[in-house]
Design a binder for this molecule. Sequence first.
Ligand code: ADP
Length: 530
Amino acid sequence: TERSMALAEQAKRVAAEFEFGQEDVRKAVKEFIREMNEGLERDGTELSQIPTYVTAVPNGTEKGLYMAVDLGGTNFRVCSIQLHGNTTFSLTQSKVAIPRELMVAKTAKELFSFLAKQIEIFLKTHHEEHYFSHIRRRKTGDRINEEEIFNLGFTFSFPVHQIGINKGLLMRWTKGFDIQDAVGKDVCALLQAEIDELHLPVRVAALVNDTVGTLMARSYTSPGKTGTLLGAIFGTGTNGAYVEKLDKLTKLTNNQKAGDYDKSTGEMVVNTEWGSFDNSLRTLPNTPYDIELDAKSVNPGIQMFEKRVSGMFLGEVLRLALVGLLEDPSIPLFRDENSAQNDVHSTTQIHEGSGLWKQWGIDTSFLSICAGDHSPGYRMTRQTLDKDYGISAVSAEDAEAVRVIAAAVGRRAARLSAVAIAAIIIETGRLNASSTTGTATTEKKAGVELPRGDFDSAGRGEVPEEDVIDIGVDGSLVEFYPGFEDHVRQALREVEEIGEAGEKRIRIGIAKDGSGVGAALIALVAGKAV
Ligand code: ADP
């Protein structure tokens, strides 16, 4: 019909605004590399390139019992991790909600003594023998056995200025926390003081950023022998950490006041904080929807890459694009007076209170539903619009229009993600480090793998193990958005330096439990360095 043709036309027009073509990708990769190098040399740049003091990644043979704690937003997780030394591990964990009054306590002690108390409860419950033998020794005055002390990795998801592997000064609180007394203090020391007060056999060995945890967890469980290059998160936010040559990290190596670190590997993991890539919009796309989202955000002008890529924002980008169409009365979206629903003809209605009219009203999981909906007449998409978003009796052609735009938003996010991945692969020179022998190995794989995309040659063992460039990823977007990896790979192939040959060497796998096993592994490396 004429209506459906007009609508399809409009949907295509909006989708085209989200095109991020081959030339765009190439230009953005160049800019990303430029910003990476700038961030390695000095502070205050768009990519922060934070030195993490982690100087090696695991190879799967690491062994031992470690602890990890994670202070995120709402919960405090405590776990112990047994590394079996064969790329596998066992994890025991407990989780408690952080009492609201402690988030805004007068003193840091109130919060951190609560955290230490949770560690004590965990030890008594899950490592009773260990705990009581330690207490006994203390009472009898026996020497504390070094081996009885747990090394602990502390994942702390607030902005810290890290000055050593287990030293970091809190810059400011976020996510509803506000304890002024703690600002400027070393959060590891705050936790250690409370642990010591309870006489627990625990040493805070490492301060952990979640992307570094992802990198470490993947490197331990990855089947390869080359070590993982990059850990990346595509969840609420997006960020990545990768292995960099120490001699390029001149802002650290030239800094007389920098803390101690192990120089023997010649490498250090760098936390890029890539959410703020290209804040000045030299190469990022900028549709009217991006502009509006940014203007109405709590932090206009910053985290510009994140606002085009991560789960927190993609639903809103789609919402603004749909609202844009609805604001034009000549466009027939959701104006179907004769939409067929189970053979009953009815009028499409946008109910009052629909998420369509509220900022953040559409969740990014809706994009995943659209992308995965192959049901006849897009039943899944229509049902979700009805059930979750208060838009009832949507016709199949309207659902199709929504899907076209949603797909364009998702595809652009994946292609932008590829920009970060490509830049890091190129800048680190990993493509040049290639084997001369061409024997393909088909090792048994450990860890969780993404469902294989059509293009994952490295993951299928078709590439010599020495040539594989391994990447660990985590987050709902990469885990649940159908085709995310394939879009990433398509864009990677379009980058000249990578091409089809380079793309084949890239293996992408899910790394779960970064704040558990990843933090434990950092505690292990930290313990070794001492
Ligand atoms: P976090 O990054 O906070 O640790 P997640 O990785 O689960 O947690 O990311 C949560 C984000 O992912 C939210 O912004 C949410 O909108 C989005 N999200 C949740 N489910 C899906 C899904 N099925 N597909 C795409 N995005 C999703």
